[in-house]
Design a protein around this ligand. Structure first.
Ligand code: PAF
Length: 278
């Protein structure tokens, strides 16, 4: 079957009218890489051969706190559509910002607890933008389930919380982080690294792996910090131990403690995390 592309809400609704359920959505911002391909594969597994897999590709302006980050976000539409097609997506929703948002957008979703720390602290408004667009995508596609990568574990936790708190009838399906052979977590932002930065970036994973086996919070943080800061190319945005459930900082090392970091290479910000008991 040929994959359809909807660029407007009206086109999307026409396609939805004849779309077999379950509908499984893979929300993305494009610049698709093998990590996204495996999200689409998982969506297909979940939908079954009778169900439908939808991919949304939308660089959501309201989740960017810096206009340069939004402008520089990679856009690779033709390649993205080929990837969706070759992984058996039934349709792609590819709207422009003007299709998604009214100029005077006055109602948005706000998260007040899980977004207090980590990326939420250093990217003000980011998760409100994510929740708002994800809720709109759920409503527009009327999906039964949606697949999200575990790499963005704070995003995943917040979306699960939004489903709980707003009684959304969408099942959230998590997918494990995919990594390059040298350990770097796959991300659309990796393609913006210079060759020198790219060669250095696996130190993030190495730092988390080495630090996570240390016995105390202090040693975990100092070990990871030392390894990341041994490079002249890195700048730590945050390096924090949090409880996996509450996402509040902690100095207690339990089976649910997560070591999370965001590291800048120039203006490219990479995130990763590890369970301290892994
Ligand atoms: O993870 C992403 O790519 C985005 O935050 C998402 C979930 C597609 C919302 O814009």
């Amino acid at each position: 079957m040929t994959m359809w592309i909807a660029r407007t809400k009206t086109e999307l609704q026409k396609h939805l009218a004849s779309l077999p359920r379950p509908i499984v959505l893979v929300p993305t911002m494009g610049a698709l890489h093998p990590g996204h391909s495996s999200l689409i594969d998982l969506a297909r597994k979940h939908a079954g051969s009778e169900g439908s897999v939808l991919v949304s590709i939308f660089v959501n302006p309201i989740q960017f706190d810096k206009s340069t980050d939004l402008e520089n976000y990679p856009r690779t539409e033709d390649e993205d559509l080929n990837i969706c097609q070759s992984h058996g997506a039934d349709g792609v929703f590819l709207p422009e910002p003007s299709e998604m948002y009214f100029k005077d957008l006055s109602i948005t979703v706000t998260e007040n607890l899980l977004s207090e720390h980590l990326c939420g602290a250093t990217r003000p408004g980011h998760f409100d933008g994510v929740c708002t667009v994800v809720l709109k995508l759920f409503n527009l596609t009327r999906c039964d389930a949606a697949v999200f990568g575990e790499k963005d574990f704070q995003q995943l936790a917040i979306i699960q919380r939004m489903v709980r708190d707003l009684d959304l009838q969408v099942q959230i399906v998590p997918h494990a982080t995919l990594r390059e052979s040298d350990g770097l977590a796959m991300s659309s932002r990796n393609r913006r690294l210079t060759p020198e930065q790219r060669a250095d970036a696996p130190r993030i994973r190495k730092a988390l792996l080495t630090a996570s086996s240390k016995p105390s919070a202090e040693e975990i943080l100092s070990t990871a910090c030392e390894i990341i800061e041994a490079s002249t190319l890195t700048k730590i945005d945050y390096l924090t131990l949090v409880d996996a459930e509450t996402l509040q900082p902690t100095d207690k090392i339990t089976h649910s403690t997560i070591l999370a970091c965001a590291v800048f290479y120039g203006d490219v910000r990479l995130i990763d995390h590890i369970k301290t008991s892994d």
